[in-house]
Design a protein around this ligand. Structure first.
Ligand code: ATP
Ligand code: MG
Length: 361
């Protein structure tokens, strides 16, 4: 089946006063999916949304929407709506008028406006709130009004810029679930921005991991979690053990002074690599049964699991998440399956860490 591409970025660069904030970015967005732009502050997430919405134009490159170049199409002519981080609701208007705003601008008939607003409020579970003032709504409810106001215009694409960051953890988790459900029911394309990796993993069909104006990796949550392409992604997506190693041959890697069977291949003999093992992929055993021997340096109880910080004889730090407990100072073994070892090329890791910190503000 051919891909149904709704938005395409082709070598898009955005500069402000000569400073590159998006650097030759190319990607495709398929219709009807939930996409997340994930990355640390300042990496260019909002810039991508603003380019799609038409608030700014690229310095170089082309943006396509349904196959047409939209570089110079003004924002109000695009089939796109944005939910902003601070919701940007009109405080002096009630819920109904906030949601109706775009329709009134379009001079729609009042009876049609009523019907559409009612439908949008139903979608976000705010039926009966039409006459409430915005100041009488909770954070989560305001967030839903903002979404209703965006979807009432029936956009083809909904852009959401960190819409959940102002909410407390419990509400945030509820809204994650609701947003995902809403996207499924509406069937429109969502492009969601967050710097929270767990949120991205939980919600998305596809994630773009951004760093310093470049897409580091794109893929499904599972691709990105299981097979990070470089140190930045491995580090940013959840806690990891990352250590230097050597790919001896296909399916055989050396690190921490030992050789281990792995599932990776296609490297040069003795190619220097970086090895990633997730803390939850390490199992605590007796010293003799472990593939590696470590000493427990500290231990924290995290509710579901214990988080152990251990050191091997070479001084490498090993973070372990385990439902089993150990004693601080104890010598234990760590066991892991060959699949738990993820091997990355050093060149890929290097490229990103080069210049690290050089242009931080
Ligand atoms: N109008 C502007 N003029 C100059 N520089 C800008 C402008 N807008 C954004 N930038 C710069 O572009 C870079 C990317 O900004 P952007 O807002 O896209 O980051 P972000 O990933 O959304 O970050 P955050 O998570 O903090 O919202 C930043 O370094 C920012 O300072
Ligand atoms: Mg931003």
């Amino acid at each position: 089946m051919s891909k149904d591409v709704i938005i395409r970025f082709e070598h898009v660069t955005k500069q402000y006063d000569g400073l590159v904030v998006l650097d030759d970015v190319s990607f495709e967005i398929e219709r009807g999916k939930f996409y997340t732009l994930l990355g640390p502050s300042g990496c260019g997430k909002t810039t991508i949304l603003r380019l799609i919405a038409g608030f700014i134009e690229p310095t170089k490159g082309t943006i396509y929407f349904n196959g047409k170049n939209i570089n110079h199409v003004p924002a109000n002519k695009r089939q796109v709506n944005t939910v902003f981080q601070d919701y940007a609701l009109f405080p002096h208007l009630n819920v109904f008028e906030n949601v109706a705003f775009g329709l009134r601008v379009k001079k729609m008939k009042y009876a049609d406006i009523q019907e559409k607003v009612a439908e949008a409020l139903r979608f976000v579970n705010l039926e009966g709130y039409e006459h409430r003032e915005i100041r009488e709504m909770s954070g989560g409810q305001r967030q839903r009004v903002a979404i209703a106001r965006a979807i009432v215009n029936e956009p083809e694409v909904l852009l959401l810029d960190e819409p959940l960051s102002a909410l407390d953890l419990k509400l945030r988790t509820e809204m994650q679930y609701e947003l995902r459900e809403l996207q499924r029911r509406l069937g429109i394309t969502f492009i969601f921005v967050t710097h929270d990796q767990e949120e991205a993993l939980a919600m998305s069909d596809q994630i773009f991991v951004l760093h310093k104006g470049k897409i580091q990796q794109s893929g499904t949550p599972k691709d990105i979690y299981d097979e990070p392409v470089n140190r930045f992604v491995a580090d940013f997506i959840g806690e990891s053990n990352i250590l230097p190693g050597t790919m001896i041959a296909d399916f055989l890697v050396e690190f921490a002074g030992k050789r281990f069977e792995c599932v990776d291949q296609g490297f040069y003999p003795n190619e220097p690599v970086e090895v990633v093992i997730r803390p939850e992929d390490l199992e605590i055993t007796t010293r003799d049964q472990g593939k590696l021997q470590v000493r427990v340096d500290s231990q924290l109880f995290r509710g579901v699991h214990y988080e152990l910080c251990c050191y091997d004889q070479h001084g490498n730090e090993w973070l372990v998440h385990s439902t089993k407990k150990a004693e601080v100072g104890e010598e234990i073994g760590l066991y892991f399956e060959p699949e738990a070892i993820h091997v990355m090329r050093v060149s890929e890791a290097q490229e990103v860490s080069d210049g690290e910190g050089s242009d931080e503000t």
